[in-house]
Design a protein around this ligand. Sequence first.
Ligand code: GLN
Length: 551
Amino acid sequence: MPKYIFVTGGVVSALGKGIAAAATGALLEAKGLRVTMQKLDPYINVDPGTLSPFEHGEVFVTDDGCETDLDLGHYERFTHVRSGVFNNFTTGKIYNNVITKERRGDYLGDTVQVVPHITDEIKNAIKAAATDEYDIAIVEIGGTVGDIESLPFLEAIRQFRYDVGRENVLYMHLTLVPYIRAAGELKSKPTQHSVKELREIGIQPDILICRSEMPLSAEVKRKIALHCNVDPDAVIAALDVETVYEVPVCFKAEGMDKLLERKLSLNRPEPELSIWEEVAHRIKQPKYDTTIAIVGKYVGLKDAYKSLSEALIHGGAANNARVHLQWVDSEEIEKKGTELFLSEVDGILVPGGFGTRGIEGKIEAIRYAREKKIPYFGICLGMQTAVIEFSRNVCGLKANSTEFDPEIDAPVIYLMEKWYNHRTGRIEERTRESQMGGTMRLGAYPCVLKEGTHAFNAYGAKEISERHRHRYEFNNKYRDIITCSGLIISGTSPDGELVEIVELKDHPWFLGCQFHPEFKSKPIEPHPLFKAFIGASLKEKLELFHLNEGQ
Ligand code: GLN
């Protein structure tokens, strides 16, 4: 049985609980431990797939096709965890399970209640992810202590210590220690209140992680420890950092590994963190700079593209470059044209998205990238719009996706009625009804690459696997006319039926993929396509630079 670390948050939201949990995972893996991670979310949606990215940030997709909370992205970037169906539970999913059981008659006439039925279901969910193949299970509870919503989760983790033994459970609580500028002082009161609230429901935290913009003096730490009833060395300062990938190293410097060692009787060597030191160094002190325009719809909320912006950082680090992101609202391009937003950038990226709004602006941006030979990377919707742009402006078709115009002459992107699902080995059929909602192609699918293409050169492999989240596909009826005009299909499903990657001839680097490569990029293993895209943007820029210098 693994040992458990439960991570809760207090005072305010958005303190970086997911990063703190993930960095703890990295620290423990660096001690040679096998770690699994789980997120329990207090909202009622059964999964986050239906939440607006404006409100909740990105939907992270796992290999097995689950739509999950973006914190699972942090877990995968910091550790070797490969998440799946058991790594993210919401209140909705828990209640759904309990109500299904009740309807089936599993409770045999019991009055079904929050305690014990919901709390037992939560405990089962925790155990489902924490199998014997792991030494440590880190479980993060979403929300902030004091919210009504998270109470059943907190009650379940309180009981957990009694079920599996004191020595096997550790509670970690993340709080804010604000710096009051006018007084020149750090304030511990919000932390004290938050811990008081936790203790009222029966949880005494073992470790406090205190987010702060100023270093915590020994005096402040002692005060917090005294009032919150924790050991003085169990107050860990978590200062703002330049890159989140420094956090495992910062935690070690604060003595977190020794603390975990002692409190969970781990008997493991010192963590080997040189790889994280190196990653942080490469991100903080690069030699080059490059600017990438992200032309999208949710540009106001950066969390909507979390994995994407991280993958660009990784791709930059792999090229010894700092990537400056220029967020461009595609509707602004529709109003003001491309030149204003794109004339200074080294690369253009159109990310995934849904719905009609801003589509024409994206198509204009792609045309600009194609004609001006600026490196272009299209992801999912960004691949579909690249196909539309090419069909319109090179092949002369009246083209669109049926997502945006169901009656269009040339539906180059459309809903397939039937397709062979290589993951399940089944023919999937889309009924009219399911076209509206359910059947997205979700999760990992294999893709075969064509030799000699940008894609093949980037991956250095013939067969790859990438994660999907979309309904629409390339329409094979237009394959001949589009490829004859110069678009290359460089990746397809193994049976050749589903177009997965398109590229342009006679262009420094122009690639669109139907999948979401950003979900698999890690700082330690930057994704090949992001590495190649940033490499191309940089190459163009440096060549231009040398050209100008020579003049
Ligand atoms: N809206 C498009 C589709 O459903 C693209 C989705 C995406 O970019 N993830 O196919």
